[in-house]
Design a protein around this ligand. Structure first.
Ligand SMILES: *Cc1c(COP(=O)(O)O)cnc(C)c1O
Length: 374
């Protein structure tokens, strides 16, 4: 860790330097408990995605509340979390290339490690890497259930890979990865549900085909924050991988509930704290948080508690606030909480979570897998 945190434990929120990445601990804890209890009440397993937070403290809290482990997207992310004490990880992604596979296999000496595959040659390379250090890796065959990212087609292509995994002495066939990422941000409830019902059908067809060949799927994994209730009700998924629910970004808040209201299952708990650093015009303020403090791929941030103030025009270190529609007086030096559009790539821009409760800094958590994208 190279940079000092922008705050000290015990300090008042007003004194936290900016831009800083804040966690509102009350909201965050509610989100963690709500998901843990709901998944548990369905009799399913939760394996939250750690690409959202990249933080060992968060992963360990999720596991204290019953999560079986966490998902990672990259080997380096998994390495950072294992170093932070996380002992059960699924790299919910394909790992390709000798050096990466060697690192993945080495990690399995320290923690329970699983990985996804969608290619026969990759299974041979995984087997070789695992054999070289004498470990056994859990392997999920990834199927394409509509997201058109990685994954073989459901059915016979998946069966062929499962058989190949089962024949590899240092690999253990663990089941299917069937994540429908594209469905997560479908705004309309019924359309979102239909996308997951279609995905679940494809997963079910594949589970049945494997079963008729004598192959059981211990794990059928998928689900994100936008769709997890549907996977939970599907009768086929048994391990849910939602990640963003811990923070709830502005983009997820644009999804709709069944009655058409805005998606409010979880509370915003992640904020970029910013300072008004210039007031060049009476109705325009400039804050010190731009492209290097937040991700903009899912749109502009919202200003927490002030819907009439619009953020626009980010550059590296600046953003404009349009004050023409607000009565809230804004002065130079004021600090504001911004709700980022997309939580995961926002987190990856910061080294520290400044954890706040009751207006005070309660904890500082290092984002140990920040930048761990290889
Ligand atoms: C990102 C991701 C998730 C979690 O999605 P959220 O939208 O952050 O809840 C789950 N599974 C996989 C494979 C992912 O890539």
């Amino acid at each position: 860790m190279t940079t000092r945190p922008p705050a000290e434990i015990g300090m008042s929120l007003d004194d936290v330097d900016t831009p800083a990445l804040l966690i509102d601990l009350d909201a965050f804890e509610k989100n963690l408990s709500k998901m843990a209890e709901s998944v548990n009440s369905h009799g399913l397993r939760l394996r939250p995605h750690a690409k959202t937070h990249k933080c060992a403290q968060v992963a360990l809290r999720q596991m204290e509340l019953g999560a079986v482990g966490v998902c990672c997207q990259k080997v380096s992310e998994a390495e950072a979390l294992v170093q932070g004490g996380v002992a059960n990880l699924l790299v919910s992604n394909e790992v390709v290339g000798g050096r990466k596979l060697d690192r993945l296999a080495a990690l399995a000496r320290e923690a329970r490690v699983a990985v996804c595959v969608d290619d026969a040659g990759n299974i041979d390379e995984l087997e070789n890497a695992a054999a070289a250090v004498d470990v056994r890796l859990d392997v999920l065959v990834e199927i394409n259930v509509g997201a058109n990212r990685c994954g073989v087609e459901p059915g016979s292509a998946a069966l062929a890979l499962a058989q190949k995994v089962r024949a590899a002495p240092h690999l253990r066939f663990a089941g299917l990865q069937a994540y429908q990422g594209k469905a997560q941000h479908i705004r309309d409830y019924a359309e979102r549900r239909a996308a997951i019902e279609a995905a679940a059908k494809k997963a079910q067809t594949t589970v049945s085909l494997l079963s008729s060949s004598g192959i059981g799927c211990r794990i059928v994994a998928g689900a994100g924050t936008g769709s997890w209730q549907f996977e939970a009700q599907s009768g086929v998924y048994n391990e849910l991988q939602a990640g963003s629910y811990v923070f709830m970004d502005a983009d997820y808040a644009r999804n709709r509930n069944a009655d058409g209201s805005m998606f409010n299952e979880f509370e915003h708990s992640l904020f970029v704290f910013a300072t008004v650093m210039s007031m060049p015009e009476p109705r325009r303020a400039v804050v010190d948080a731009g492209l290097k403090s937040m991700a903009f791929d899912s749109g502009m941030p919202e200003v927490a508690g002030s819907e009439s103030i619009r953020y626009s025009g980010p550059s590296d270190e600046h953003g404009n606030l349009d004050l023409s529609a607000t009565n809230t007086p804004i002065r130079l030096g004021d600090k504001l909480k911004l709700i980022p559009g997309h939580c995961d790539p926002t987190v990856n821009l910061h080294d520290w979570f400044v954890c706040v409760r009751g207006g005070r800094v309660e904890a500082l958590w290092p984002i140990v897998a920040r930048g761990a994208v290889w």
